[in-house]
Write a protein that binds this ligand. Structure first.
Ligand code: PDD
Length: 284
């Protein structure tokens, strides 16, 4: 069954969704995106995703062609039209179409595209079994805090993992883990401390990360926001990652070495449960 795609003010069947070849999203990756999860037909942490969208847009002097209320209405309309119970809504804003030039065009009208992806999020093999990662050099640019659509470097890193027969790559810079190819990375030390890299330009400021750290602190778990190494990961009791589409997912192996017992650990398992319960309770 064909999905409905929102393109610049109209809802069309996906086969009819079109964007100009002159769109700067196509020519320059001049655009930003968000991925918001859907559980029980409702949106998880919509306010957080919109806040980060505005931050990304602001950093690139881009404007959102609709109001936040209209954006919410578009999300809901697509979820309803596509009958999404569990999955994601993808949204992309680009600077729009203009003759090719490195300077931002003055007159371009931003393009806005949204579509849904139905997918089981709660019952996933990765969550049940944990995933295996390799480490790779972080090939990305210096402003990873902006959620741009230039995703070739993380795609290359992901392919390196797949070719090695593993599930994902943790990217490493100056000896420290930055994040996963499309998620934030964590370890749990043998003392039970949850460690994840502090916010900065080196990583994306995950919306799931913010919620999970808040919930961990509320549950009296100890959290440290600092860089950690691959060696620390190998010596850790547990490792896990977070993202809108995977919630909290255990990491059971890094570069061929088992992390902890080599099975999903109690901290990751508990955080996943708390996060899903909290998300369901506040979904809109
Ligand atoms: N990826 N780091 C990177 C590099 C990401 O691409 C993502 C999200 C995250 C986690 O952020 P959040 O918790 O807000 O989803 C961290 C999305 C899901 C994607 O590209 O599909």
């Amino acid at each position: 069954m064909s999905r409905t795609v929102y393109v610049n003010g109209v809802y069309v069947p996906e086969e009819e969704a079109r964007i100009s070849v002159f769109d700067r999203g196509f020519l320059f990756a001049d655009g930003v995106y968000e991925v918001t999860s859907v559980l029980g037909g409702k949106l998880i942490d919509f306010a957080g995703h919109v806040a980060r969208l505005h931050r990304s847009l602001g950093e690139l002097e881009l404007t959102l062609p609709v109001t936040d209320a209209e954006l919410l209405a578009i999300h809901r309309e697509l979820v309803a039209r596509d009958g999404v119970e569990e999955g994601m809504v993808y949204l992309q804003v680009t600077r729009g179409a203009a003759d090719r030039d490195f300077a931002y065009p003055e007159a371009a009208v931003p393009s806005l595209v949204l579509f849904t992806q139905s997918k089981p999020l709660i019952d996933s093999a990765s969550a049940r079994n944990g995933i295996r990662v390799i480490t790779v050099p972080d090939l990305r640019w210096a402003r990873r805090d902006i959620k741009t659509v230039q995703l070739l470097a993380p795609s290359i890193c992901k392919m390196m993992a797949k070719k090695a027969g593993k599930d994902d790559a943790w990217m490493v810079e100056d000896g420290f883990v930055t994040e996963g190819t499309s998620n934030n990375a964590y370890i749990v030390t043998t003392d039970g401390v949850i460690v994840t890299r502090q916010l900065g330009t080196e990583i994306l400021h995950g919306i799931t990360r913010a919620a999970v750290l808040r919930l961990a602190r509320e549950a009296q778990m100890k959290v440290e926001e600092r860089p950690f190494t691959v060696e620390e990961t190998k010596a850790a009791a547990e490792a896990f990652f977070t993202s809108a589409s995977a919630f909290v997912t255990p990491v059971i192996e890094i570069d061929g070495a088992a992390v902890g017992a080599g099975t999903p650990g109690p901290v990751a398992t508990r955080l996943r449960e708390i996060y899903i319960a909290e998300s369901r309770a506040h979904a809109i």
